[in-house]
Design a protein around this ligand. Sequence first.
Ligand code: SF4
Ligand code: SF4
Length: 436
Amino acid sequence: MEKDKPLLSESTNEHVYHCAKCGLCLDACPVYKELLVESAGPRGKVQLARHIIEGNHDITKNMCDILFSQCLLCGSCVAVCPSGVKQTELYSGLRWRAAERHGIPFAKKLFFQVLSRKWVMSTSAWFGKWARKIFSGPWIESKIKAGNLPIDGVPPFNDKPFNDEFPEIIEAVGNKRARVLYFHGCATNYVFGDIGKSVVSVLTRMGVEVIIPKGQSCCGLPIFLSGDRKTAMRCIEDALTLFAREDCDAVIVDCATCGSALRKEYPHILKELHDLGEDISEKLITKAELLSSKIRDISEYIYEHRDWLPEMKDTDTRIRVTYHDPCHLVKGQEIELQPRELLKAIPGVDFVEMEAAGTCCGGGGEFQIEHGDTSALITNRKIKRIHDTGADVLATGCPGCNMTIGAHLDKKRGIKVLHPVQILKMALDGANLRTS
Ligand code: SF4
Ligand code: SF4
């Protein structure tokens, strides 16, 4: 290791010296709670980071294993740390350096190249849709798992990318009260198109003009959290070009992960690269800060402007709804109350709180595929807690959690997994919540 070249920026490095080793983060960490070894816990990893940063230890393959296979980067440790240690900034920075040192597996590298180029992603999604239709089927899919993810639980691709379904500008219904940009992310564009349609429908009925810029690509978070900051820069620059605009009231995001990337991660990563002497301009950092200030999760935005919502019709049907907090929403953006209040205000919804709604679902993007055994332990706990509520619907604001939880729920119970904005749209439509 070159001792004269800093691994991470000074402001990131500093976190290792703030840790008081109190251990309060242990009980919050989903991985530690399952594996019960110090190296899996946030405290142990902070000490490990300290030794690496101080040059006492090299980033060995063993260290990489701990950094990647024993952490979901869920941020639960950051949320509870009384000393303000930002463990995830340390871990994601070290993952970057580890990837530089030991490389990224070929399949993953290829996947990131696909994700970061819109036209390649669209073409791959198109092939994926047809391959699944032609070569697969319920019997085959019920036998296959990717890590801990049952393939038959993965929703099909949209017939058409969401972005192709709408013009770039969608007028407000009635008097225009605001103008927003909508960052729909890959999940809505290729899989959860109905969530996107619900976002547009609810916002326009609130009197909001919605602009859906063409040419959007991935937010880049799965790429840079895996250590490939170079590839992720393409996504970051694309997003800043399209969305860092003064002429809008907000930039709406329906995905907890994208929201957390655009709001928190972009400014941090760009500043860190700049401080380390990489070719990152002050102008780009200013753009990231502008975008960060405009980001609103869809539940947050609707809640802030709930007076603009048209009246919801009561259809005399009742459904029991519970809510799972995505890590990137509750810990990443401190959004906890807003989706719950929106759900509780819907006529016909009986809201029931599950035990430990704010704990991770175990998905962690590709974590569930690469580290299926650990992921399964965490997911099983979450699924039991959802089943215990007797809910008809599990609401959540993250497509990743939606997919992970949806794939593991007991099919016989018929529990639907929906974004809060989908339930809101149904209520505005006067649809029967039970059968829609
Ligand atoms: S909660 Fe914070 S201060 Fe306490 S051990 Fe964990 S990282 Fe260190
Ligand atoms: S980010 Fe999550 S999984 Fe990783 S150490 Fe912190 S609490 Fe544990």
